[in-house]
Design a protein around this ligand. Structure first.
Ligand SMILES: [Ca+2]
Ligand SMILES: [Ca+2]
Length: 98
């Protein structure tokens, strides 16, 4: 899901809340080149669009191994995007045009 605006972030907040999910893959990664984020359709993310959608302090590439981006719902502070290791099991969400 191309989460490139606040409306889509709010959709994810509602969706994960309804389904009792806290973390979900959105299809964004910097596996090829650190800090160059690519969507799953291989288009490069516009960082000025998406940086504001990350949780404060993220993306932090913690321990140098965080290359995939999840949406993380928080109950007590602002939800948002977070980079995390790619080998975690998470549900994922896709987007298509109708
Ligand atoms: Ca990274
Ligand atoms: Ca992180």
């Amino acid at each position: 899901m191309m989460v490139d605006n606040i409306e889509k972030l709010q959709f994810l907040d509602n969706y994960t809340s309804t389904h009792n999910i806290y973390r979900i893959w959105i299809g964004l990664d910097d596996m090829a080149t650190e800090s160059v984020y690519m969507w799953s359709d291989q288009t490069q993310a516009n960082m000025s669009e998406i940086l504001t959608l990350f949780i404060q302090g993220e993306p932090n590439n913690d321990l140098g191994i965080e290359d995939c981006v999840e949406f993380r719902r928080k109950s007590k502070s602002a939800s948002g995007l977070n980079d995390t290791p790619c080998d975690y099991y998470r549900p994922f969400i896709c987007e298509h045009v109708v």
